[in-house]
Design a protein around this ligand. Structure first.
Ligand code: F6R
Length: 250
């Protein structure tokens, strides 16, 4: 199901409401979370709603999708630092249960496998939030990643490094490798919500509609998932045939 909202604010309002409702209905749930520009307004809206509604987030377990290999949690461009600044430090989470892959330990033997196993030991992910890369990646599963992959180290595609260079200081190199939950880890989530906003995602979304299910466009695998919703703003939906989505007026 593809839902289209007028703008980024309407998307953030809807997605943060969905998160809020999920957590309120089963407080000890396990969430899978993403980073990136798309998630920033969503986390801002979510923080405000949790504070306004006094929602208990202390029983949540969180597993983030990915991290750059080689960056430690204090590096300003690490995803651990992103999560701390944009979400974790704003609400009373139990930080013992908030997991971001460790970019320093990522290359240790067994680390990746342990991350996947840890998710399974928690009973799997109840609700997975995803963004999508310009090339269709989910997590950092770049085009060509096998659909049966578990947590692993990837070499980032040139397009991904270019897209993400906007978060780094001028002249600072985007790491060449990342650790990411695998596509199978993601697909085992009971429910998935993928968000794409802005005109740069219009051609990405067109690929989703035009292609069948192919490892060359990783997020097409979501067509196989029984409970996936895709949420877009008008800009990201502009190249889609109107019959392929439902427009939500707010
Ligand atoms: C990040 C992640 C990535 C991003 C994707 C889109 O944790 O999993 O797949 O969701 O690269 O990034 P933005 O939102 O910056 O366009």
């Amino acid at each position: 199901m593809i839902l289209v909202f007028p703008d980024v604010d309407a998307v953030a309002d809807y997605v943060s409401d969905t998160l809020y409702t999920q957590i309120r209905s089963r407080p000890p749930m396990t969430l899978g979370l993403a980073t990136g520009g798309t998630m920033e307004p969503i986390y801002q809206y979510f923080i405000d709603k949790v504070k306004a509604g006094n929602l208990d987030v202390s029983q949540l377990s969180i597993f983030n999708l990915d991290e750059y290999v080689g960056l430690d949690a204090n590096h300003p461009q690490s995803y651990a630092a992103y999560m701390k600044a944009r979400l974790f430090e704003h609400l009373p989470f139990n930080l013992q249960n908030c997991h971001v892959p460790d970019g320093k330990a990522a290359l240790d033997a067994n680390y990746c496998q342990q991350y996947s196993t840890q998710i399974q030991r928690h009973g799997g992910i109840d609700f997975q939030l995803l963004g999508v890369g310009g090339n269709g990646h989910i997590g950092f599963n770049e085009p060509g990643t096998p659909f049966d992959s578990r947590c692993h180290i990837v070499e980032l595609a040139p397009r991904t490094r270019l897209d993400n260079s906007r978060f780094f200081a001028p002249g600072e190199l985007v790491p060449a490798h990342a650790i990411t939950m695998g596509i199978q880890d993601i697909m085992e989530a009971r429910e998935i919500l993928l968000v794409a906003t802005g005109p740069k995602k219009a051609s990405t979304m067109k690929k989703f509609v035009d292609h069948g299910i192919t490892e060359q466009v990783p997020f097409t695998v979501l067509k196989r998932h029984p409970a996936t919703t895709i949420v877009l703003d008008e800009a990201a939906a502009q190249a889609l045939p109107p019959a392929s989505y439902q427009r939500i007026y707010t």
